[in-house]
Design a binder for this molecule. Structure first.
Ligand SMILES: [Zn+2]
Length: 385
């Protein structure tokens, strides 16, 4: 069993210990005592160094704590150093979670079902199917009040058989580690916590997400809350600058701009279609009828909406055949008027099949594709006749 120094003192940043076992050629080390917190209960592991060697991960292995190192140690006597900014951040988020969960239960009788601390934000899953903005404000306000009161957060070891009045009953037996926020909360927990609610700093609620009939509530505390607030301000400033209105009007202005863009997009599509139809009619007017009186046009370019509209406008005239050729990807479109004597579907199918491609359609309109540029020119020759 590893003696967990952080159980008694979460503020311990440096310690001395002795290697009692190791594995993986000395890169997995077990000490008699450690201040390194292993991933557990939603809180990620500590980082830092053992005698100057970086600790990459810390794992709880049934009572023993494994330290995964960058390199083997040279001595069995080690000096450990905890990455304090990472640890303190975890303590802020974790103690903030106790506060938030206690306030949720206290104000609205909402239980916390699970906790996860991420590297940017944390979240709890709570047993309720939603929270109104007014409730979210009340929760944040109450948390801020308890932070301002600087209530002591204490650790005690008590017997599970006693009447412990915990927020959430523990399934463990024997001695339990109880974390208390004065006059608010008692929870069984093995994590690292602050000594006063004051150190939590600001606690902001963020995203709400429905999940399996419950709600996932994202929150940030302390330095992370400052970082988020700063980022929010910068993003809002940028949006507000882009739409040239103050913050308060930015959302309405963005909505108006989106509406305007949609209207313009529709108008632009309508005009493009009108232009393509006009081009198709002009091409028809300019084309010279052959000996059978059939007018033909071949256009090269992407086979898109505009090309289709030109083709349809061209073959709206009598005795007309329109061929579109796209090089990337190698493909063709053939349109024919009903009186042209050409059945587009049959012609395309025969031509592209002969060139190793595939395609087809109806007598008036057909499309096909072939594997190569050479095959494409072959198809064009076959269809031009
Ligand atoms: Zn805890």
């Amino acid at each position: 069993m590893t003696d967990r120094l952080y159980y008694h003192d979460s503020y311990l940043r440096e310690f001395r210990g002795h290697v009692v076992d190791s594995a993986d050629e000395g890169r997995r080390v077990y000490l008699d005592r450690t201040a390194f917190y292993p991933s557990s209960g939603g809180q990620p592991f500590d980082m830092g160094t053992l005698s100057g060697v970086a600790v990459r991960e810390v794992i709880d292995e049934d009572g023993r704590i494994a330290h995964l190192l960058d390199a083997p140690l040279t001595s069995a006597d080690v000096e450990g150093q905890i990455d304090w900014s990472r640890r303190f951040d975890h303590m802020q988020q974790h103690t903030g979670q106790h506060l938030l969960s206690a306030v949720l239960l206290d104000l609205f009788d909402i239980p916390t079902l699970s906790f996860h601390m991420g590297s940017v934000s944390s979240n709890i899953e709570i047993g309720v199917d939603g929270l109104s903005p007014a409730r979210l404000d009340r929760i944040e306000d109450r948390c801020a009040q308890i932070v301002a009161e600087a209530r002591p957060v204490t650790v005690a070891f008590e017997d599970s058989a006693a009447d412990l009045a915990l927020r959430k009953p523990s399934e463990r037996s024997g001695t339990l580690r109880i974390i208390s926020i004065a006059d608010l909360d008692r929870s069984a927990c093995g994590g690292t916590h602050l000594k006063s609610t004051a150190e939590i700093g600001p606690l902001f609620l963020r995203k709400l997400e429905k999940i399996r009939g419950n709600t996932r509530l994202e929150f940030v505390c302390g330095s992370r809350a400052f970082a988020h607030a700063r980022q929010d301000f910068r993003v809002l400033s940028e949006i507000s600058r882009l739409v040239s209105v103050p913050f308060e009007e930015a959302a309405a202005q963005v909505a108006a701009q989106i509406d305007k863009a949609k209207t313009l997009e529709k108008l632009s599509q309508k005009l493009a279609a009108e232009l393509a139809q006009r081009q198709g009619r002009e091409l028809y007017a300019a084309a010279q009828p052959d000996a059978e009186g059939v007018r033909r046009a071949t256009e090269r370019g992407p086979i898109d909406e505009a090309m289709r509209a030109r083709a349809q406008a061209f073959v709206a005239g009598s005795k007309a055949v329109f061929l579109a050729v796209s090089e990337n990807p190698p493909s063709i479109l053939l349109a024919a008027s009903p009186d042209s004597g050409i059945r587009a579907g049959d012609r395309v199918k025969a031509a592209v099949t002969a060139a190793g491609g595939r395609g087809g359609g109806n007598p008036g309109l057909a499309q096909g594709s072939v594997p190569t540029a050479a095959a494409l020119e072959e198809v064009v020759k076959l269809l031009a006749v």
